[in-house]
Design a protein around this ligand. Sequence first.
Ligand SMILES: [Cu+2]
Length: 95
Amino acid sequence: MSETGDSAGISDKTATNDSVGIKGMGTIKMLKPGEHKINIAHDPIEALGWPAMVMDFSYKHGVDISQLKPGDHVNFTLEKSDDGYAINNINKMAN
Ligand SMILES: [Cu+2]
């Protein structure tokens, strides 16, 4: 018999998806710094099973939106937060 007994290093695999950055891309429609939100027309987000839509995203403290403006094409990553999914990284794309 070969029993490794090494189960201590094996974590709960059901938690894996939440800890990986969820990638999205889209076009900024409106910046709402007063609400700490960005309104984005985003492409489908496969990891969440979301279709393309226009919606507000909260963004985490520390995310710099000062270089962004409506019409910018962006890619971003989301992380799960208390009230849904919040942007934790957002970058302007070349075009
Ligand atoms: Cu959406």
